[in-house]
Write a protein that binds this ligand. Structure first.
Ligand code: HEC
Length: 169
């Protein structure tokens, strides 16, 4: 009565080594193609490549009338017109970065340089918003900035006017 003809496993090897090798190769290929793209979009790397030469790694600026981002830049979007200003300044609007990359760098920059408490007052930039704002370059950077700084003083975001940070033209 040897009717038990159940499978003994000999016919069930459905994972041939070639298929496994192919799967591994595909995974490696996909990862290999994506890794450089992911690195290129890291906002800190973009800042280092496109902005740090003038603004310095800690945002201190200072040379050649380059304003100090450190502990100041995040106050801009907290006052009327300041959000637009940060995209419309020439170094940002005319950068070679894509709209989305620029939004990522700006959002990174605001958190990185702060003041952090000011960033709670507004939502992050989007690529779409940057796309429309960067098409409207500023005519009067110095005058616009002075008006924004005055608003910051009025609303108590900063204690006193920061004349030393204003670019001179
Ligand atoms: C060639 C030097 C240079 C580069 C590169 C540069 N900037 Fe600037 N940036 C300036 C100067 C100078 C100003 C002052 C305004 C002006 O004269 O355009 C400024 C102003 C700014 C401001 C306004 C800050 C304030 O307090 O008024 C922001 C924000 C800014 N830059 C961000 C960036 C970002 C982000 C990048 C990279 C995508 C960048 N900049 C690249 C020189 C530069």
């Amino acid at each position: 009565m040897s009717t038990n003809k159940g499978p003994d496993g000999s016919g069930l090897r459905t994972t041939p080594p070639l298929a496994r090798a192919l799967a591994c190769w595909l995974a490696a290929l996909v990862f290999g193609l994506q890794a450089p793209a992911l690195l290129a979009k890291d906002p800190q790397t973009l800042y280092m490549m496109e902005c740090q030469g003038c603004h310095l790694s800690d945002g201190a600026g200072g040379l050649n009338n380059i304003p100090t981002l450190k502990n100041n830049v995040a106050n801009f979007p907290a006052v009327a017109g300041g959000r637009e200003f940060l995209v419309r300044v020439p170094g940002v609007a005319l950068s070679t970065l894509s709209d989305q990359e620029l939004a990522d760098v700006l959002n990174w920059m605001l958190r990185q340089f702060g003041p952090l408490e000011a960033t709670a007052l507004y939502p992050p930039y989007t690529g779409k918003e940057v796309a429309s704002l960067r098409k409207q370059p500023l005519d009067d950077v110095v005058g616009t900035r002075a008006g924004l700084v005055a608003q910051m003083v009025e609303s108590g975001l900063i204690a006193a006017p920061q004349h030393q940070n204003q670019p001179q033209h």
